[in-house]
Design a binder for this molecule. Structure first.
Ligand SMILES: [Zn+2]
Ligand SMILES: [Zn+2]
Length: 391
């Protein structure tokens, strides 16, 4: 009889421990705003939180790095450029990630896979997904070296493949066909957690977007990670309409030379009534799902500010944004307001020349000045065009 009682008591004790574990985790979690995904109790039972799904759009400047956690399992999509591996590593450590169930390199461009070699080296990675497209870049080679060093294999996911991350499900939507352009080989993924859904398309542009639209797959998603950093070459009308997102997240670097996000994309997001979140303005963006509702770590951005293409160039102590392009005769600065040309001034004769004018080498160094400006501006300032090169 005594023997029997003991056996009956054991399940009772396990239940008691579980109960205490549950109360304890509930209390500690309420202080953490419910952002971490799940807790392993001492008896090894997983207790799911209400908010057990999180997606982190990590601020890696110009590039992508997205961490997804569900029920204690983790997936990392891209890891920024070569200089961002450690940034992403530290971010993952802070979330207590030790093992990645899935690592996805959407496509072999440096701003996506550059930091992945660090991640592969530092974390246990169960599955590595990459498209069937090699690159001869240094970053790609370093990534392959890291994968080889860890004795891992690369899996090329096929369109229609599904896999699970905790209780979330993922389906591969692209690339449907391999393209000459790296961007259009991006692995496109739809992630579903209960009644909430997310669409992530790497740098897929119009060509790949159209292929996927044509495939007739269900694109509808609550959150859309804007393709190609909010470039106007992505997020085209019929693609965006099919997704019809409530929220759009743009990963890009502030003052990036590509001018991301482009005006056209921002206008399209505004037109469909989506909230926009952006890493260039707001740093890392975290969204949590309880299966029905989404909670964000920050209010959406309301600036609708488009990027400006080019670099900051200092001209007469004012900063102009533009791209210097070599033309046949001279260097021309192209920016939004005006076309500026590089001239050489002679501050003694008050003449101005094109840089390749044969009289330029004769100007004494102390009188010579190089300037990017307009012809009109120089005349206004009292300079005269050279009679030889006729600038
Ligand atoms: Zn990119
Ligand atoms: Zn790319």
């Amino acid at each position: 009889m005594k023997e029997h009682r003991k056996i009956r008591l054991i399940p009772f004790f396990i239940l008691l421990i579980l109960g205490f574990g549950f109360i304890f985790t509930k209390q500690t979690k309420s202080n953490q705003k419910g952002l971490s995904p799940s807790i392993e109790t001492t008896v090894g039972t997983k207790i799911s939180e209400n908010n057990s799904f999180t997606m982190h759009f990590i601020d890696v400047g110009q590039g992508d790095a997205t961490l997804i956690g569900c029920d204690g399992e983790w997936m990392l999509i891209d890891a920024g450029d070569n200089t961002k591996g450690t940034t992403v590593q530290l971010y993952l450590k802070k979330q207590n990630v030790s093992k990645l169930k899935y690592v996805i390199g959407t496509h072999p461009d440096a701003d996506h896979i550059g930091g992945l070699d660090v991640i592969i080296t530092k974390f246990d990675c169960e599955n590595i997904f990459m498209p069937d497209k090699a690159s001869d870049s240094k970053e790609y080679k370093e990534l392959l070296d890291a994968i080889k060093y860890r004795n891992y294999n690369i899996t090329v996911p096929q369109v229609g493949n599904t896999f699970s991350l905790g209780s979330a499900s993922c389906i591969v939507l692209g690339p449907i066909a391999l393209s000459e352009s790296n961007n259009n080989n991006s692995i496109v993924l739809k992630v579903k957690y209960k009644d909430t859904s997310f669409l992530l398309s790497g740098d897929a542009e119009i060509e790949e977007e159209q292929d996927i639209v044509d495939s007739g797959v269900d694109l509808k998603a609550d959150v859309y990670h804007a393709g190609h950093h909010g470039s106007k070459t992505s997020s085209v009308h019929n693609w965006l309409n099919k997704i019809s997102p409530k929220s759009v997240v743009i990963s890009c670097g502030s003052e990036n030379v590509y001018g991301h996000p482009h005006r056209e994309s921002l206008d399209a997001f505004k037109e469909i009534g989506a909230d926009v979140y952006r890493t260039d303005e707001q740093g890392s963006i975290v969204v949590t799902s309880d299966g029905e509702n989404l909670m964000w770590n920050i209010d959406s951005s309301n600036t609708w500010r488009a990027g400006q293409e080019g670099n900051d160039i200092i001209l007469d102590s004012t900063v102009v944004r533009g791209v210097i392009e070599e033309t046949g005769e001279s260097e021309v600065l192209i920016n939004n307001d005006s076309n500026l040309t590089k001239y050489i001034l002679n501050n003694n004769s008050l003449k101005f020349h094109y840089p390749d004018c044969k009289s330029v080498p004769k100007i004494k160094d102390k009188n010579k000045e190089e300037i990017l400006t307009t012809r009109e501006e120089l005349i206004k300032r009292g300079y005269e065009p050279c009679k030889i090169c006729n600038p």
